[in-house]
Unconditional design. Structure first.
Length: 162
């Protein structure tokens, strides 16, 4: 969070509702939480300003865009290139088909999630975008067979409370 704003039970209930359906109207959320619409709106805006709510997103079926094959690539940079980690992550994030890039702690530096049309496109991505960079020491790519959504975190209680 950007400030020390503490979340109360109403905030947590609003977050739970938004986590399950961010398309609900302010009016519908207010009814479920049993607060005035103006109160609900003010709380959501406050949580946005505080950085608690970072955005509202659309999940797109990549197969509908002609990219039915998803993969995850673990990337290890050469030791002399560690200071270019952010630059390399941004470069990869800008490549067509990249869904997301994560910074990692452990044996690898980055994980790249990407979607391609075919196994040939997968090969081309690995060879031309991952392994062609002199900063990259090693990659390990896995094809996603199926993605199963996890239970969205329900922020009813702070972590560690019962």
């Amino acid at each position: 969070m950007k400030d020390d704003r503490q979340l109360d039970d109403i905030d947590r209930r609003i977050l739970e509702i938004l986590a399950h359906n961010a398309r609900l109207s302010n009016s519908a959320i207010a009814k479920q939480v049993n607060v005035a619409e103006s109160t609900c709106y003010a709380r959501v805006q406050s949580m946005i300003r505080a950085g608690v709510v970072k955005g509202f997103h659309t999940t797109i079926d990549m197969a509908a865009l002609g990219r039915p094959m998803r993969a995850l690539a673990l990337v290890k940079l050469r030791s002399g290139y560690r200071d270019t980690l952010l630059q390399e992550a941004k470069r990869l994030a800008g490549v067509d088909g990249v869904v997301r890039v994560w910074f990692l702690a452990g044996n690898h530096d980055l994980m790249v999630e990407f979607a391609v049309a075919s196994s040939g496109d997968l090969r081309d991505f690995v060879l031309n975008e991952l392994n062609s960079s002199e900063a990259v020491a090693d990659t390990e790519t896995s094809v996603v067979m199926e993605a199963i959504e996890g239970r969205k975190m329900t922020p009813l209680k702070p972590a560690g409370s019962r």
